[in-house]
Design a protein around this ligand. Structure first.
Ligand code: EPU
Length: 421
């Protein structure tokens, strides 16, 4: 298993370009299954998760080709299978978003139940509620979600749950509704930029969707969809991670390829802490002297502060002047990074879904273990400001979601290297 070795003390400086958004690319690749034709998707990041999605599409009988420029074509003219197997789904929860397209296109789907993961229980009840609302019969059989429905029917469906809206649930039901008969009104849906991007692709395929980006989406079903071309939006979570890295290290980094509007909640917190953020000519520039104030952070669905930046922000808070309170409202158990940061000397007190961070501590490098994707990123950031060497194991988590992280950080001056074993 590969490890990353980070030596702390550098200031990140220079320019860096963001990759396409993993969390937009995954449902968009799944949406290709809806078309009786070939779609071409550009800007798909080369990651373990996107490779898994392509394997699933192949498993279902779609033709998948990757051009030299990295454009991915998915030919879904004839789908041979209706099953997304456990071996693949268990490695990536987002595989569940082939469920909606498959049942809408084939009238049946078998997708391994993704179960929970290290960031806590991750139910799919809202996905199933939405598909049932469209008239599919859905059952759990031998660890598989089995959905059947000859022609789905448009309906009014409320998709809110105890933790607010669901991103992939919204994606699944919106995709299925595209081929349903009549009109579907989805209420309390996710309005994340990744949903807006998916809706843009679906419209190119011939879908009739309005309201994406708000809490209510209206879909007028059509008989068939055609293949289309699309470029995936830039990754706001990758951008946020580099922004936090620039601020923590007292650096000066210009980030391109990501949209400023998509990181407003983070900009607000960084500015509150005294970090300078400017946007010009499509670049987000983050500058700091390396000393900044504590800030409280509470995660919320978009446009609130993203849960996918909570761990990185905790690393930031360890260095801030004063006490920060970090509250997780999307995944109350998403705190696997807490004990690893404490191994590096962070002063953290966890009380339920909240962590009190006593800042102003100089972290010291240590061997630490990555537990999930964003926790891994937090450990890398912590390593950049720690005294001495931090060795991060199990970085296959990082490889699920950050394209060429060590090359990008290296180009900004970080002392970071991968050790393959
Ligand atoms: N939830 C339910 N029932 C459901 C679905 C979700 O109660 O049927 C709850 C979840 O347990 C959670 C909340 O609703 O408390 C929100 O979960 P959501 O469904 O929005 O999460 P997701 O769609 O499965 C996506 C991202 C995650 C990101 C979350 C929240 C992808 C592939 N994944 O997951 O990204 O944390 O939205 O923004 O888009 C990551 O990239 O590291 C990552 C985990």
């Amino acid at each position: 298993m590969d490890r990353l070795v980070v030596r702390g003390g550098c200031k990140l400086k220079g320019r860096v370009k963001m990759s396409g958004a993993k969390n937009a690319a995954l449902p968009i690749l799944a949406a290709c299954l809806l078309a009786e034709g070939k779609s071409v998707i550009r800007g798909v990041p080369v990651l373990r998760d996107t490779r898994t999605m392509l394997e699933i599409l192949r498993e279902l009988g779609a033709g998948v080709e990757i051009s030299r420029s990295g454009a991915i074509s998915v030919d879904a003219v004839s789908l041979k299978h209706d099953t997304a197997p456990y071996e693949l789904v268990s490695t990536m929860r987002a595989s569940v978003c082939v469920l909606g397209p498959l049942v809408a296109r084939l009238g049946r789907a078998r997708v391994a139940h993704p179960g929970g993961c290290v960031i806590g229980p991750r139910p799919v009840d809202l996905h199933l509620k939405g598909l049932r609302g469209l008239g599919a019969s859905v059952s759990i059989e031998h660890g598989y979600i089995v959905a059947r429905g000859r022609r789905l029917k448009g309906a009014g469906i409320y998709l809110g749950g105890p933790f607010g809206s669901t991103v992939l649930g919204t994606a699944n039901v919106m995709m299925a509704a595209c081929l349903a008969e009549g009109e579907t009104l989805l209420e309390n849906v996710a309005c994340e930029p990744e949903i807006v991007d998916l809706a843009a692709f679906l419209r190119r395929m011939g879908a009739d969707i309005t309201g994406a980006g708000t809490h209510t989406i209206r879909v007028r079903g059509v008989r068939r969809l055609r293949g289309a071309s699309h470029r995936v939006i830039g990754d706001r979570i990758e951008a946020g991670t580099y922004m936090i890295g620039a601020a923590m290290t007292g650096g000066d980094v210009r980030i391109s390829g990501a949209c400023r509007e998509h990181v407003s909640a983070l900009v607000d917190r960084l500015e509150e802490a005294g970090v300078r953020v400017d946007c010009r000519d499509g670049e987000i520039r983050v500058r700091s002297e390396g000393s900044f104030d504590a800030v409280d952070v509470t995660t919320h669905p978009y446009p609130g502060f993203p849960t996918d930046l909570q761990a990185q922000m905790m690393a930031f808070a360890t260095k801030a002047r004063g006490i920060s309170v970090i509250t997780e409202r999307i995944y109350p158990d998403r705190f696997m990074h807490v004990s690893e940061l404490m191994r590096m000397g962070a002063q953290l007190i966890k009380e339920g879904p909240r962590v009190v961070v006593k800042g102003g501590v100089r972290l010291s490098g240590a061997p630490v273990m990555a537990s999930d994707l964003r926790a891994s990123a937090a450990l890398v950031l912590a390593g950049l400001v720690a005294r001495g060497k931090t060795e991060i194991s199990r970085i296959y988590h990082l490889d699920r979601g950050y394209e060429e992280m060590e090359a990008k950080l290296g180009s900004l001056g970080a002392d970071i290297r991968r050790i393959s074993s």
